[in-house]
Design a binder for this molecule. Sequence first.
Ligand code: SAH
Ligand code: SF4
Ligand code: F3S
Length: 450
Amino acid sequence: MSSSKKRVYIKTFGCQMNVYDSAQMANLLKPAGYDEVASAEEADLVVLNTCHIREKAAEKVYSDLGRLRQIKEARGKNEAPMQIAVAGCVAQAEGAEIKRRAPVVDFVVGPQSYQRLPQMLAGEEETLATDFAVDEKFERLAQKRAQQGPAAFVTVQEGCDKFCAFCVVPYTRGAEHSRTAEEIIAEVRALVRQGVREVTLLGQNVNAWTSSGPDDGNSWGLGELICHLAQIDGLARIRYTTSHPRDMDDRLIAAHGEIDILMPYLHLPVQSGSDRILKAMNRGHDMDDYKRIIAKIRTARPDIALSGDFIVGFPGETDADFEATMQAVRDIGYASAYSFKYSRRPGTPGAKIKDQVPEEVKIDRLAILQDLLVEQQIDFNASLAGRTLPVLFEKHGRNEGQICGRSPYLQSVFVQGPASLIGSIQNVDITGAGRNALSGNLCQEAVSSA
Ligand code: SAH
Ligand code: SF4
Ligand code: F3S
């Protein structure tokens, strides 16, 4: 491989799995001589790590490719040429079609085959790889990781077997696959040695994670994994995302009551509050199931903050179905949430349903739902004013002398304070609460120890 210095620009779309994969690609490309840069203009290699979840996200890739083509073609004879790779879920879903539609693309790598990128760049492998080589991927990536900052993502599970009727993920990420407990524990230990205090365990269905126990042959679930990770010295916070209600087992729920470093925040998407729509979506649970799970979690951990995902305008959704979603949100109460208009995705069962909801109806419903969710988020944030919360400081704030971190409930918290506190957890008296962030003052002992 070439030893001369080159520059790679990686642009990430979509979910945190892609954020993790982008960091892995950057690590993977280092031995091939690539340093990461912040813009396409200065790059020898541009990687678009793409998302296929909604039409808009997928189409964005082609507009970006159009722009990159201009930069690539404008490079002078004496300048280094630009190479372009499309990675991620659009690469997986469209494969060779991408090169047909955008011949400017040099390489196409799916989410389970990007470990081959260095070999592709060296001309040793085909320029298109979209097979599901998950084991190979994690083997090649192992130990390559260099971490920046005190909070890290760790992919523990990939793929999805649930086949919700609206969703492309089972097709783009493949079947559910769990990394071994040994591998995950080793990765988290290595991160903690590099100064990491918080890990977020990632998976499309993170709570479907499963492994055989090392000695007794008993299978662990995510609850057991979290219990084991909690014993790692120096690790101060554990989170996990995204969970499916069907895999929310009692052991995992109990962990929320027992493990103090498991943060009191749970992202548990329900998508719709209507049983009829949940059935049509093939979610595999109804509202009663969901509410029962929430009640159990609140019993185990009374201060848990809930977050969710919602889709409005799934085919066949009536005003009454939509009202059931609104009522579910009122009943449950969310600290934060993501909500989307249904997007018809080629190849999914939802796309074939005749009774598609008109765009104007989707727009109206989304606005109504988002008003309620925003109101709940503002109320939740405001309820924390006057409290003292431990904050893991991660970076400089926007203003001079300001540092920024995360509360246990995942809100950003801004304080005036010395940069030396970045990487540590400090108590903060919360004095202000907005829609997206909290502000406050460092408690006195933090100020004197700085
Ligand atoms: N595995 C996670 C979600 C992954 S996709 C889960 O099951 O909860 C993230 C979110 O995107 C989903 O929760 C859903 O709300 C949304 N989404 C997925 N497909 C969509 C589509 N076709 N249209 C609109 N939103 C969609
Ligand atoms: Fe998509 Fe459903 Fe799988 Fe989540 S559980 S990734 S929404 S198919
Ligand atoms: Fe998008 Fe793929 Fe994630 S479709 S949401 S990048 S799993």
